[in-house]
Design a protein around this ligand. Structure first.
Ligand SMILES: *[C@@H]1O[C@H](CO)[C@@H](O)[C@H](O)[C@H]1NC(C)=O
Ligand SMILES: *[C@@H]1O[C@H](CO)[C@@H](O)[C@H](O)[C@H]1NC(C)=O
Ligand SMILES: *[C@@H]1O[C@H](CO)[C@@H](O)[C@H](O)[C@H]1NC(C)=O
Ligand SMILES: *[C@@H]1O[C@H](CO)[C@@H](O)[C@H](O)[C@H]1NC(C)=O
Ligand SMILES: *[C@@H]1O[C@H](CO)[C@@H](O)[C@H](O)[C@H]1NC(C)=O
Ligand SMILES: *[C@@H]1O[C@H](CO)[C@@H](O)[C@H](O)[C@H]1NC(C)=O
Ligand SMILES: *[C@@H]1O[C@H](CO)[C@@H](O)[C@H](O)[C@H]1NC(C)=O
Ligand SMILES: *[C@@H]1O[C@H](CO)[C@@H](O)[C@H](O)[C@H]1NC(C)=O
Length: 484
């Protein structure tokens, strides 16, 4: 049973990548054919010259920042994405929303050469490589999950393309959104010459239990420091032989890393999103940690109502580009004159409660989402506490979603949020103020990155009678400012 559920937990990764079952066919003169295919791919792969401009721009930046003590720069990240030709037709929208061709280094590894409307290859996409043909190796090792072996092998293939000059290797799936500026700011605090393995655990407790609590869930991004990436790449073939019987790429990777002597450092900004349905309740109550990734965009509803998935992704990137450090960071404030609590998930949503509710409770996500797999297991299901959806007027928020952003001055960034739908409930208590009339929220935040996970900000709230909007100004809290 557990293996049935386990494979269900990873089945989407399997199903999204074109099965390579045909690779099993026995070949007589395998060695020669393998060698010829290898040469063939590398000689005939189109569009290599197109990468030249971007690579040389990056190289120039790198030379300037190559000293080991220079600050970590985006060009120090080597990004390896694993995808499939079939999935790329719609998944390229996700990756192109954050990929910056002239600034970022890395490759997309496809299972086969792109065809149809993927040719010519989009210059807004990362350059691609076709994964090595592992047929012979898979036969030799009798691997239980060939696709998963290809994914792990992609780590070595990415390192092989860029032997030197990177500090951090970032691996991910092709349905993930990466927030690379935040990654750079987080990684800058660590010594890349030491051994680090960063990743995110699953939000769904059982996924961790079935695979491992010591494992980073790879689609959301696994980050290896330079010496770890090299050690893993050097040991790739023998480690795949040792663990060919396992059926999850992330599990095999963790086992190989454990053999090197390195353990996972989980990071709360890396999100596997092992959730289903409407994840707005999760994104509106994000832990206080720089947002680094969101995975599984194909498995959830669009994160903004009235938009489709690719529009939603690009919409979130508008606020990400205005100030990535604040993205989804929660600020809780109170409108004392109205007895309202306000929770802001910067650049994504604002929730108003018609009651003063303490911060310790408002930090918990609202369970708008479902479990990753259907299960009759009793709760708890999640790696965090949740609040249940409620029709109680005092517990159900008025919900607003991010609309637009603008830099209004040198020192201030404006973001606006529109009501998504009417709440259709009476006011919280007799005599309390209804927030039904509020249609828009205007938030002003300092135009300064807030990278340190410090005390949260406080706010000044103003709502003029006769208007349908509320203005919130974020500022640093005064030393003894405690509101509850
Ligand atoms: C950076 O330095 C390393 C070793 O010091 C060297 O091998 C590499 O070529 C340099 N890269 C660039 C782009 O200058
Ligand atoms: C991979 O290699 C095998 C032989 O080892 C060959 O039969 C197969 O066609 C190759 N696959 C591709 C996609 O070239
Ligand atoms: C290969 O693995 C299958 C199960 O995945 C097993 O039935 C078979 O005996 C194995 N073959 C060898 C040669 O180990
Ligand atoms: C998700 O849930 C929120 C809060 O309940 C709601 O406002 C939003 O419209 C929902 N989104 C979708 C796509 O249904
Ligand atoms: C999403 O919406 C945009 C804009 O309306 C449209 O161009 C695009 O085709 C839609 N994508 C899908 C997959 O429906
Ligand atoms: C706020 O709520 C408290 C407790 O419910 C109540 O005593 C107080 O009068 C309310 N204040 C306002 C301004 O409505
Ligand atoms: C809230 O009320 C709506 C409409 O009556 C209903 O569909 C929904 O299931 C209720 N939700 C909860 C959590 O009770
Ligand atoms: C959002 O609110 C603004 C007013 O602040 C309005 O101009 C705009 O049309 C609204 N957008 C949507 C999609 O309702």
């Amino acid at each position: 049973m557990s293996s049935a559920i386990k494979s269900s937990a990873i089945k989407e990764r399997l199903s999204n990548i074109n099965h390579v079952a045909t690779l099993y066919k026995t070949m007589v003169i395998f060695g020669i054919v393998f060698y010829l295919c290898y040469i063939f791919f590398h000689v005939t792969q189109p569009n290599w010259t197109k990468d030249l401009f971007s690579v040389s721009t990056i190289e120039k930046t790198l030379q300037k920042s190559n000293a080991t003590d220079s600050p970590t720069h985006i060009s120090h990240l080597l990004i390896g994405l694993i995808g499939s030709e079939k999935g790329w037709y719609h998944r390229k929208d996700y990756i192109e929303s954050w990929w910056r061709p002239n600034e970022m280094r890395g490759y997309l590894h496809l299972d086969e050469d792109p065809e149809g409307e993927l040719v010519p290859w989009s210059s807004a996409s990362p350059p691609y490589r076709v994964s090595d043909n592992l047929t012979k190796f898979l036969e030799e090792t009798n691997a239980s999950a060939p696709v998963q072996i290809r994914m792990v092998h992609g780590i070595m293939e990415t390192v092989r393309e860029y032997q030197e000059g990177f500090r951090w290797l970032v691996m991910g799936d092709d349905d993930s959104i990466f927030f690379v500026d935040n990654m750079v700011d987080v990684l800058a605090k660590y010594d890349h010459t030491k051994y680090y393995y960063f990743g995110g655990q699953s939000e769904f407790i059982l996924s961790n239990y079935w695979l491992s609590f010591n494992m980073g869930f790879g689609g959301a991004g696994l980050i290896f420091s330079y010496p770890l990436a090299k050690a893993l790449a050097n040991d790739m073939e023998s480690c795949l032989r040792r663990y060919a019987y396992l059926d999850s790429a992330d599990h095999i990777t963790m086992m190989c890393i454990a053999d090197i002597g390195v353990n996972l450092s989980p990071h709360k900004g890396i999100h596997q999103i092992d959730l289903r349905g409407n994840i707005s309740g999760f994104l509106s109550y994000h832990p206080k940690s720089l947002l680094m990734s969101l995975h599984h965009f194909d498995m959830i509803e669009p994160i903004f109502p009235t938009m489709n998935r690719s529009e939603s992704t690009r919409h979130l990137m508008k606020s990400a580009n205005a100030d990535q450090s604040r993205l989804l960071q929660q600020t809780i404030c109170y409108h004392i004159q109205r007895n309202w609590s306000i929770s802001i998930s910067w650049g994504y949503s604002v929730h108003i409660y018609e009651k003063v509710i303490s911060r310790g409770w408002l930090q918990n996500p609202i369970e708008t989402f479902n479990t990753w797999v259907d299960t009759d297991w009793d709760p708890p299901h999640y790696m965090f506490n949740t609040r249940l959806l409620s029709n109680d007027s005092c517990e159900a928020p008025h919900v607003f979603f991010f609309q637009s952003t603008e830099k209004v001055s040198e020192s201030s960034i404006f973001t606006s949020y529109n009501r998504s739908s009417s709440r259709d409930l009476p006011p919280c208590e007799d005599g309390s103020y209804s927030a039904d009339y509020v249609s828009h929220i205007h938030v002003y935040s300092p135009a300064l990155k807030r990278i340190e996970i410090d005390r949260c900000e406080c706010c000044d709230v103003a709502s003029l009678d006769g208007t349908n909007y509320m203005t919130i100004k974020l500022r640093e809290c005064r030393p003894n400012e405690i509101i509850a």
